[in-house]
Design a protein around this ligand. Structure first.
Ligand code: HEC
Length: 109
């Protein structure tokens, strides 16, 4: 009995921690989680904001970023690579990526 209660209390604590943690980022995104996910993006997209034939994605506002990713996910915008990548991302993943990339200032001008 006591053990079960302890476990459920721990569950609540983790839930609350993750909940507030997610809110800490802009627009429900979690910057640290977005940074973690971004490793799969920066092989193509330059963190410096340079466009090497691939458009820069740093310094965007989070709403536009989310909308663009969602159009790839819905296959409303053509690009096989981006459609495949976006299809594997949840709303929270995209919002976290948006929050992270929004914090990066372009060094290219
Ligand atoms: C295989 C290379 C590749 C990878 C990996 C990749 N992208 Fe892209 N991305 C592209 C290309 C190419 C385009 C331009 C496609 C087009 O013209 O619609 C693009 C376009 C975009 C755009 C729209 C840019 C604009 O100016 O409209 C966003 C936002 C974006 N990618 C985000 C991401 C994110 C976030 C990730 C990681 C989860 C990612 N991409 C991973 C190649 C890649």
């Amino acid at each position: 009995m006591i053990e079960t209660r302890c476990i459920s209390l721990a569950g609540v604590a983790i839930y609350l921690f993750l909940g507030t943690h997610a809110w800490a980022g802009d627009n429900e995104g979690d910057v640290a989680f977005g940074e973690y996910l971004s490793s799969q993006c920066v092989t193509c997209h330059q963190l410096s904001g340079a466009s090497n034939g691939i458009p820069p994605i740093v310094g965007w506002d989070t709403t536009s970023f989310y909308q663009v990713m969602d159009t790839y996910r819905q296959k409303a915008r053509e690009n096989k690579a981006m459609q495949t990548i976006a299809a594997g991302l949840s709303d929270h993943d995209i919002k976290s990526l948006a929050a992270y990339f929004a914090t990066i200032e372009t060094t290219e001008n």
